[in-house]
Design a protein around this ligand. Structure first.
Ligand code: ADP
Length: 458
């Protein structure tokens, strides 16, 4: 209450001072009482007038937009103005901090790799991040306050929201018709709901591939096992003479060989998938690689084909020698196995203008129809299943080649048409191709052998 006392004192002080002044002035005119009263009234009036003027000024500020500072007066009204202004500023600071926190929270939700959708108790959209907008085909500004089930029309989603039991996620196809979404709903606040969406298309595809793979492997292993167990039974129950025994044993040997090749290819694939990428600075000399691959192909052909290669002196590829040999070897083995006797098989090296290069295997075999080409590198995909199995194929060769090329930053290309032979090309990027220039240490590798025909002969 000190401000009351101060103000009373100020009025009394002013009144007293005015009365004293009036007394002096009135005394000179023989009217001391009139002078004192007039002096006191004038002084008190001045104080009250100044007070009213300050109060009015403050009221004007309060009625306005409250921008800027309150009137800086001394005394009571100055204090009131200052306190009001301080309170307003504190509140403004708190509101600003809240706004900032909300903005940060929303930008964290925006940064989420999953879709985040907030809906109210009436299932109307309150807010969504851009991932949710993409998943549910929403436009955040346009669709705000719209009922979510009017826009996301999947019956599974609607049934899930209606069910009210949201422990398990619901999986359905997004409005774009090809993305598979896994959606989790959680309730919060007063009937509000948080809808989290995740694109699981890739995961589902991998899961389907894994199931197919297991089914294929089981099938591939079951066939030779069935044959083997048949032979075992024959040997156990039938009286076979020495020649028949030899024949059955040879057939059993073929089946075990087939299983061994399959397991070896499966292990190669597993190793390729599980090991780090081959180093970009380990140089493999092409002459030695070609020499080895060519020797293997000739041994497999047994002289039934004309197998040749171009000169590759001085060229080298960066990567894993065993993987590169396996890729080129697989292509040559296919060429030998699918090309009829007397056919020509050629191994070429084609430097490219961009500094990269391609290893090419060209054969004069049966060729492959266009519709099969995109699927050739799928595991267990065979164009001619019986020819593949007869010649010891596993259906995994080209998928091994594709993996090797991906790991070396390259790609596999195929040109083929029925009756026109096939060309398989392993394309390497410039970073993986080197030709020894003067000053560079030469790559390790042997001399090129058996060169016949030109590089594009087919
Ligand atoms: P496989 O072990 O059956 O040869 P691959 O993955 O190596 O498996 O090849 C897949 C399929 O592509 C083969 O089954 C075969 O039908 C076809 N193919 C591959 N290379 C050739 C080729 N040079 N000529 C004709 N067909 C080929």
């Amino acid at each position: 209450m000190s401000w009351v006392a101060t103000r009373v004192l100020a009025v009394l002080g002013a009144g007293g001072a005015g009365a004293l002044a009036g007394l002096l002035v009135g005394g000179l005119n023989d009217l001391p009482r009139v002078g004192a009263v007039a002096g006191a009234v004038l002084a008190i009036g001045a104080v009250v007038g100044r007070d009213a003027w300050r109060g009015r000024r403050l009221l004007k500020w309060l009625r306005g937009s409250l921008d800027g500072s309150a009137p800086r007066d001394a005394g009571f009204w100055g204090e009131v103005g200052y306190r009001v202004e301080k309170g307003l500023k504190a509140r403004e600071r708190r509101a600003e901090a809240e706004r900032e926190r909300l903005a940060q929270f929303l930008s964290a939700m925006e940064a989420s790799p999953n879709g985040v959708l907030l809906i109210d108790a009436d299932e109307q959209i309150d807010w969504c991040n851009s991932v949710a907008a993409l998943h549910f085909d929403l436009q955040p500004d346009r669709d705000r306050r719209q009922r979510v089930t009017n826009l996301v029309r999947s019956p599974a989603f609607k049934a899930h929201l209606d069910a009210g039991r949201w422990q398990e996620p619901v999986v359905f196809v997004a409005p774009d018709g090809h993305t598979t979404l896994s959606v989790v709903v959680r309730q919060y606040g007063d009937g509000l709901k948080l809808v989290l969406s995740q694109d699981i298309t890739e995961r589902e595809r991998h899961e389907a591939m894994r199931r197919d793979f297991v089914a294929n492997v089981s099938h591939e292993i079951r066939s030779p096992l069935t044959v083997l167990s048949g032979f075992v039974e024959s040997m156990a129950t039938l009286p076979l003479d020495a020649a028949e025994r030899q024949r059955v044993l040879a057939l059993m040997g073929q089946q075990t060989e087939r299983m061994k090749t399959l397991v070896a290819d499966l292990l190669t694939l597993a190793q390729l998938e599980g090991s780090p990428r081959p180093a970009p600075d380990r140089w493999v000399a092409l002459p030695a690689l070609f020499e080895q691959a060519l020797a293997d192909a000739r041994a497999l052909s047994g002289g039934h084909h004309h197998v040749s290669a171009t000169v590759v002196d001085g060229w080298a590829l960066a990567g894993s020698e065993s993987e590169l040999l396996s890729a080129v070897g697989n292509l040559l083995s296919n060429a030998v196995r699918y090309t009829p006797d007397g056919g020509r098989i050629r191994l070429n090296w084609l430097p490219r203008a961009d500094g990269g290069g391609a290893v090419e295997v060209v054969d004069t075999g049966p060729g492959i129809a266009r519709e099969h080409l995109p699927r050739l590198t799928e595991r267990f995909y065979r164009v001619d299943g019986s020819r593949s199995r007869e010649t010891g194929g596993t259906g995994l060769g080209l998928s091994i080649v594709k993996h090797v090329m991906q790991r070396h930053g390259g790609a596999i290309e195929v040109d083929s048409a029925p009756g026109a032979g096939s060309t398989f090309r392993l394309v390497f990027p410039p970073a993986r191709v080197r030709r020894d220039a003067p000053g560079l240490p030469p790559v390790q590798g042997g001399p090129m052998l058996n060169v016949a025909g030109d590089a594009t002969a087919r």
